[in-house]
Design a protein around this ligand. Structure first.
Ligand code: NAD
Length: 337
């Protein structure tokens, strides 16, 4: 492909609008050809700021719009499957925000559609794989310098949760990031999940089980513990410490300026994922655009989205039943070998 890649962005809420800005201002070789959102006023406002961008309230119309050659899906998780199947049917490459689908059955249908198409078209927006610190940790683990990994200790904290957030979403929308990161860092599958939760924080909205502690067991015998706390109040924080047989390494402590003044030292804590992971989102989208223009798909696949959804499903069962719940994965199709 020689010209710019025409992209339809589906869903122009917080993430979709951020991706539109990224594609328009910070991504070479791409242009936003169409945007779609059920909210007509919002989508018109977003399109108005872009040259030659068509606005739709029907996401399917956006896929069919002139000049659309690829799709970025940033609608809510439950809406992903329908538009993914439509994009695959049209042979359009897709970058789909996580979760690929909230339930594994939907992800299986997406994989079946790709297999019918005979090629991978879908990349899942697990952007931590494009974060510099995560890349360094992955490279360090691969050298074997820390020995065999025994634990990943993870903390995932948000200042506050959106009003629509449910106790299930702490697992299926938030911990899904740690699930993918753990699978990728360790190159292992998650085999079982246990969930514990203390008495909810007084800062959590009524009825929300926040925080929770999610324990993942992996096929290589490692344990991953994830504290998910989405109303911690003080900021957005994602920390991961890998402990191996001969050393440990930790990322996510923040890289801001260290200030020493008036007998104290400290720095800033990012308030939001769009700040903490800004570079990772940029790199993810640039790499996707570059690969797509070369007719390739290089990022996390529909299989990765499926595996993460299967772990989420086990996690939700583990929380409801209070018991350790095995993860059952379908056989991995040839396309994703
Ligand atoms: P949001 O509620 O801010 O925006 C969603 C938008 O989609 C809304 O404008 C809504 O009107 C629109 N919409 C709803 N159904 C639609 C449909 N069928 N077709 C087109 N548009 C539709 O939500 P958000 O926070 O922007 O999240 C969007 C996606 O991004 C979700 O999958 C979420 O899990 C993901 N997300 C990823 C990250 C990350 O770090 N990678 C962070 C936040 C959210």
């Amino acid at each position: 492909m020689s010209g710019t890649l025409g992209i339809a962005v589906i869903g122009t809420g917080k993430m979709g609008a951020d991706h539109v800005r990224r594609l328009d201002r910070r991504t070479a070789g791409a242009r936003v050809a169409a945007v779609a959102d059920l909210d007509g006023d919002r989508v018109k406002e977003i399109a108005a700021g872009l040259d030659g961008c068509a606005a739709f309230t029907d996401p399917h119309a956006a896929l069919a719009a002139p000049g659309v050659e690829a799709v970025l899906v940033a609608s809510p998780g439950p809406a992903h499957e329908e538009i993914l199947l439509a994009a695959i049917e049209r042979g359009l490459p897709v970058l789909c925000e996580k979760p690929l689908t909230p339930e594994p059955d939907g992800a299986l249908r997406v994989m079946e559609a790709e297999q019918r198409a005979g090629r991978r078209l879908v990349q899942v927006g697990f952007m931590r794989r494009h974060d510099a610190e995560y890349e360094q940790l992955k490279a360090l683990l691969a050298t074997g310098a820390l020995g065999r990994p025994l634990f990943l200790h993870c903390r995932h904290r948000n200042a506050s949760s959106p009003s629509f957030f449910t106790s299930d979403m702490l697992i299926s929308d938030s911990v899904v990031h740690e699930v993918d990161a753990a699978r990728w860092l360790l190159d292992q599958e998650v085999t079982a999940v246990t969930v514990l939760s203390p008495a909810p924080s007084g800062a959590a909205p009524e009825g929300l089980r926040d925080p929770q502690l999610v324990l993942l067991e992996t096929s290589g015998g490692a344990i991953v513990d994830v504290e998910i706390f989405v109303n911690c109040g003080f900021g957005y924080q994602v920390v991961c410490e890998a402990v191996g047989e001969s050393g440990s390494a930790r990322i996510g402590d923040g890289q801001s300026v260290l200030v020493q003044s008036a007998g104290r030292w400290g720095g800033e804590i990012a308030q939001d994922y769009t700040v903490r992971f800004a570079d990772a989102y940029d790199r993810q989208v640039r790499r996707w655009v570059d690969a797509t223009r070369r007719g390739r798909v290089t990022g996390p696949s529909a299989w990765d989205g499926y595996a993460a959804a299967a772990v989420s499903e086990a996690g939700l069962a583990a929380r409801r039943t209070g018991t350790r719940t095995p993860v059952v994965l379908a056989p991995r199709p040839e396309l994703y070998a």
